[in-house]
Design a protein around this ligand. Structure first.
Ligand SMILES: CC(C)(COP(=O)(O)OP(=O)(O)OC[C@H]1O[C@@H](n2cnc3c(N)ncnc32)[C@H](O)[C@@H]1OP(=O)(O)O)[C@@H](O)C(=O)NCCC(=O)NCCS
Length: 141
């Protein structure tokens, strides 16, 4: 199976639960270079997108997920290490994520909760006030 389909399959159960926003195949395809991926043999087991906000050397994490059958094995920490490596390579100073249900994960992993006004100004314009997610930032060292 191609990478794009594997990403869509991996995130789908969490999209159904409302934990991750739905993404189209086109959207993933066009932004495939954003993705940090963990494989077990040929099987995709974890993924996260990291979007260049094109403002203030900031990257936005999205579609962060570990496959249900391999959760609670420490894989999210490995994924975060790869996200930070990618962020560093792309010369981001900070990364952030918007989340409704991942608050514990972000605080346990060294993210700090911030305000809408801390987001890049272009991103503030697209902030979905109805969803009203929490915002978590982390410095890239
Ligand atoms: C949130 C999510 C990414 C966590 O992934 P995960 O791989 O299950 O998480 P981890 O295994 O790294 O950590 C979970 C716990 O397992 C523990 N753990 C169990 N075995 C472990 C091992 N062998 N090594 C390290 N940690 C282990 C960790 O200590 C951690 O405990 P903690 O919650 O007290 O910190 C995953 O649950 C997920 O994909 N959720 C749905 C999508 C989602 O909500 N995404 C957006 C918000 S993050």
């Amino acid at each position: 199976m191609d990478k794009v389909s594997q990403i869509l399959n991996l995130i789908q159960p969490f999209v159904d639960e409302g934990k991750i926003l739905s993404r189209s195949k086109d959207e993933i395809e066009q932004n495939i270079n954003d993705f940090v991926l963990l494989f077990n043999d040929d099987q995709l087991i974890a993924c996260a997108g990291l979007k260049d906000c094109q403002e203030g050397a900031v990257g936005e994490i999205y579609s962060l997920a570990v496959a249900q059958n391999v959760q609670n094995k420490g894989l999210s920490k490995k994924l975060l290490t790869k996200i930070l490596e990618s962020a560093k390579q792309r010369q981001f100073a900070k990364i952030f994520a918007l989340t409704k249900f991942g608050t514990n994960w972000f605080t346990k992993n060294g993210f700090t909760q911030m305000q809408i006004s801390d987001l890049p100004s272009k991103r503030q314009q697209y902030f979905n006030h109805d969803r009203n997610s929490s915002i978590f930032f982390k410095d890239v060292n």
